[in-house]
Design a binder for this molecule. Structure first.
Ligand code: NAD
Ligand code: LMR
Length: 332
C-alpha cells in the first residue's frame, strides 16, 4: 500500500470530528493508500483529543496508518504531504463580552496562529506539500501562512468548496434538477459575504444556470445573499458553525486537487492570484480551477465576466486588499 502523511490542526474540534474518519476510510485518498495522521492541538485540549483518537482506532479502517497527537506544530507537519489547517476560533462565540459577528472579526484573533504554522510548514512539510486552510478568515489566514512558509514548491489553498456546494444546491433546487446536473460552479474572491457564486457561468445540463432559471430578481436578491450568508444562517440555527458540511467540503477539495478535473468542468478554491482576471498578484483569491493530468492546478482562463460579475469581483477584491492591509505586520 502507498503511504501518505496528513497533518490536521484543530483535531479535537467539531469539523475534525466529521473530517478525520473520512480521511482514513479510503474515501479521500483511495482504498490503497495508508494514511498516517498527525493531529495538532493546543496543549489544553490534548486530553480531549485522546477521545477522538480512541474512536478513530475503534472505526477499524484498514487504511489507517500511524497516529500522532501533538501540540508541537513542527512535529505535526514534519514530512506532511497534506496539511489541513482547521484549528482556529469560529465566529458566533463571545470574546471579552463582544459577539464575533463577521469572519473578518477573527482576523486579529486567528491571524497570529498562521504565522508559526506557516513557517513550520515551509521548513518541515514535504517540498510538494499541499495546504488547505479552513479556519476563518480562510483567504487571509492562507495569505499569512503562505508568506511565512516562503516555499514556492508547496501549494496553498483556502476553502471555498462549501460555498460552491451551497450554490449548486440552491441552483438545482430552483431549477428542479439533480445537483449532479449543475457543473462549472465558480466562487470568485473571498470566503465572506462579498464572495461571488457565479450563476452565469455555472451550467445546468450544459446551459448557463442563469439562463435556465431566467429570474434575475431571484438571482440577485435571493440566491446571492442566501449563499453569501449561509454560514451565518447555520450558526443562528445550530448555535455552532457548520461542521459536517465543512468537513465534506474539505474532502471535496482534497479530492479535486489530487485528481484530474472532469473535462469541461472546474472546482472552486482560493489560491494565490497570478494576476488572472485583474486580481492583484499574491492575493488568495477564489477562482474556478482545474487539475491537469500531470497534477498541476491552474486557474481557468477566458471565462466571460459580465458587468454585474465584474462589479462583484471588484468588491471582493477590495475586501481582500483591506484584510491584507489589516494583517500587514504578519506578512514577511
Ligand atoms: P471548533 O472550535 O470546534 O474547533 C477548533 C479547534 O481548533 C479547537 O479544538 C481548538 O482547540 C483548536 N485550535 C485553536 N487554536 C489552535 C492552534 N493554534 N493549533 C491547533 N489547534 C488549534 O471550531 P470548528 O467548528 O471546528 O471550526 C474551525 C474553523 O473553521 C473556524 O475558524 C471556523 O470559522 C472555520 N470554518 C470555515 C469554513 C469554510 O468554509 N472555510 C466552514 C466552517 C468553519
Ligand atoms: C461557513 O461558511 O459556514 C463558515 O465559514 C463558518 C462561518 O463563520 O460562517
Amino acid at each position: 500500500m502507498k503511504e501518505i502523511n496528513v497533518a490536521v490542526t484543530g483535531g479535537a474540534g467539531q469539523i475534525a470530528y466529521s473530517l478525520l474518519p473520512r480521511l482514513i476510510s479510503g474515501e479521500t485518498f483511495g482504498e490503497n493508500t495508508k494514511v498516517n495522521l498527525r493531529l495538532i492541538e493546543i496543549p489544553q485540549v490534548l486530553e480531549k483529543l485522546e477521545g477522538t483518537i480512541m474512536e478513530l482506532i475503534d472505526c477499524g479502517f484498514k487504511q489507517m496508518g500511524s497516529l500522532i497527537a501533538t501540540a508541537d506544530i513542527k512535529e505535526g507537519v514534519k514530512d506532511a504531504d497534506w496539511v489541513l489547517l482547521v484549528g482556529s476560533i469560529p465566529r458566533g462565540i463571545v470574546i471579552d463580552g463582544k459577539k464575533i459577528e463577521e469572519r473578518s472579526d477573527l482576523l486579529k484573533i486567528n491571524g497570529g496562529i498562521f504565522t508559526d504554522q506557516g513557517s513550520a510548514i515551509g521548513k518541515y512539510a514535504k517540498p510538494n506539500a499541499k495546504i488547505l486552510v479552513v479556519g476563518n478568515p480562510a483567504n487571509t489566514n492562507a495569505l499569512i501562512g503562505m508568506n511565512q512558509a516562503n516555499n514556492s514548491s508547496q501549494q496553498w489553498f483556502a476553502m471555498t468548496a462549501l460555498d460552491a456546494n451551497r450554490a449548486k444546491a440552491q441552483l438545482a433546487t430552483k431549477a428542479g434538477v439533480d445537483i449532479s446536473d449543475v457543473t462549472n460552479m465558480a466562487i470568485w474572491g473571498n470566503h465572506s459575504p462579498t464572495m461571488y457564486p457565479d450563476p452565469y457561468n455555472a451550467l445546468i445540463n450544459g446551459v448557463s444556470a442563469a439562463e435556465v432559471i431566467n429570474d434575475k430578481e431571484w438571482i440577485e436578491n435571493s440566491y446571492l445573499p442566501l449563499v453569501q450568508q449561509r454560514g451565518k444562517a447555520v450558526i443562528d440555527a445550530r448555535g455552532a458553525s457548520s461542521a459536517a458540511s465543512a468537513a465534506n467540503a474539505a474532502i471535496d477539495t482534497v479530492k479535486s486537487v489530487d485528481n484530474p478535473t472532469e473535462k469541461g468542468d472546474c472546482f472552486s478554491a482560493a489560491i494565490a492570484s497570478n494576476g488572472s482576471y485583474g486580481v492583484p498578484k499574491g492575493l488568495i483569491f477564489g477562482y474556478p480551477l482545474r487539475t491537469n493530468l500531470d497534477g498541476s492546478v491552474e486557474i481557468i482562463q477566458d471565462i466571460k465576466i459580465n458587468e454585474f460579475a465584474q462589479s462583484k469581483i471588484n468588491s471582493t477584491t477590495e475586501e481582500l486588499l483591506s484584510e491584507r492591509e489589516a494583517v500587514k505586520d504578519l506578512l514577511i
